[in-house]
Design a protein around this ligand. Structure first.
Ligand code: HEC
Length: 116
């Protein structure tokens, strides 16, 4: 990826959405966000915040994620997305997001998009 002129600055509140949308491009092949959208390879993420891990209706989760006892919020998502199988050994969610600023933008985007 070419280094953009803006990459030296952390995303401000206002630019969090575009950066988050861009980061979510890596998730789109497996996840939908909107109410009533289908589960894919991964579960539909609508209503994610405040929900128990493994809670999307009609999706066949791993036993590991269902038994994790996690509830999704900014903090648990940040830990999960930095290394899913470290937080939940045995989860089938394998995509990790290494850059903390990218995770923050992604989580802000998820919070907005999964609540609609
Ligand atoms: C290759 C497919 C794939 C990609 C890409 C992927 N995921 Fe997942 N994701 C899964 C699967 C499969 C699960 C279910 C894991 C389980 O049951 O252990 C999951 C579960 C999750 C969960 C837990 C959902 C719940 O209802 O408890 C979150 C949050 C999540 N993914 C976010 C993301 C984000 C954000 C990205 C992009 C950075 C992403 N995923 C990319 C396949 C994927």
């Amino acid at each position: 990826m070419a280094a953009a002129a803006t990459s030296a600055r952390l995303p401000a509140q206002d630019s969090a959405q575009p950066a988050g949308a861009q980061a979510f491009a890596a998730c789109r092949s497996c996840h939908t966000l909107g109410a009533g959208e289908r589960n894919g390879i991964g579960p539909n993420l609508h209503g994610l915040f405040g929900r128990q891990a493994g809670g999307a209706p009609g999706y066949n989760y791993s036993a590991a994620l269902k038994a994790s006892g996690l509830r999704w919020d900014e903090k648990s998502l940040d830990t999960f997305l930095s290394a899913p199988s470290k937080l939940v050994p045995g989860t089938r969610m394998v995509m990790r997001v290494d850059d903390p600023a990218r995770r923050a933008a992604l989580i802000a985007y998820l919070k907005a998009q999964t609540a609609k």
